[in-house]
Design a protein around this ligand. Sequence first.
Ligand code: C5P
Length: 235
Amino acid sequence: MNRDVIVACDFPNRETTLAFLENFKEERPFVKLGMEIFYGEGPDIVREIKARGHRIFLDLKLHDIPNTVYKAMKNLAGLDVDMVNIHAAGGSEMMKAARRALDESGSKAVLLAVTQLTSITPEALKEELWIDHPMAETVAHYAQNAKEAGCDGVVCSPLEVEVVCEACGPEFVTVTPGVRFADSDKGDQKRVTTPAKAHQLGSHYVVIGRPITQAADPVAAYRRAVKEFTEGVEE
Ligand code: C5P
């Protein structure tokens, strides 16, 4: 299994993002760019960071009718990104449309589905969204739908990797945020695991933001995350 650390670059603009990436002289981390910077700076920021040699997870979580997602994904494929995502809640036809757009574009991007946002509590799932199945079953079911529609994997909590693996097999990619060093601040993340624990639970990729981006020494923090995650042992 190819395990790697993805650094969530949740910076407000081009300057702050590039200033952060300038810290890395030797390695070129896999980075996650999200809606905030994409909507603020446009696709050029993706091209610029890609040209600097970083792999990119473009986290835009597409969710619309199949035809619109198909056309949007064709444009994203043209950016030569390495990982993209859609909401499994958009349905199988929408997910298949995204798959088709990538395949027709010759893109090798890993296509991930978001199962349930980690901000959705079990109470909200039932009372607000009117989904009567428990969270873990819903996540497993959405992951199966995603696999059948041609997605390569899902974004989920490390604590859900086991259930996803049971439903979809060990090759189905799991990309897991909600990761903290044993001695770092949890911030607003509620259910967290360490990089080593994420390894033990079977995550393929961990997404780590603030413990690296806000660290006094981001390069050291990145190296620690890579070491702990690839070796499965806490420092
Ligand atoms: O700073 P932190 O490590 O909490 O950043 C985690 C990143 O993963 C953020 O970009 C956040 O939006 C994203 N994410 C998450 N939980 C999800 C999906 C994405 O924390 N379920």
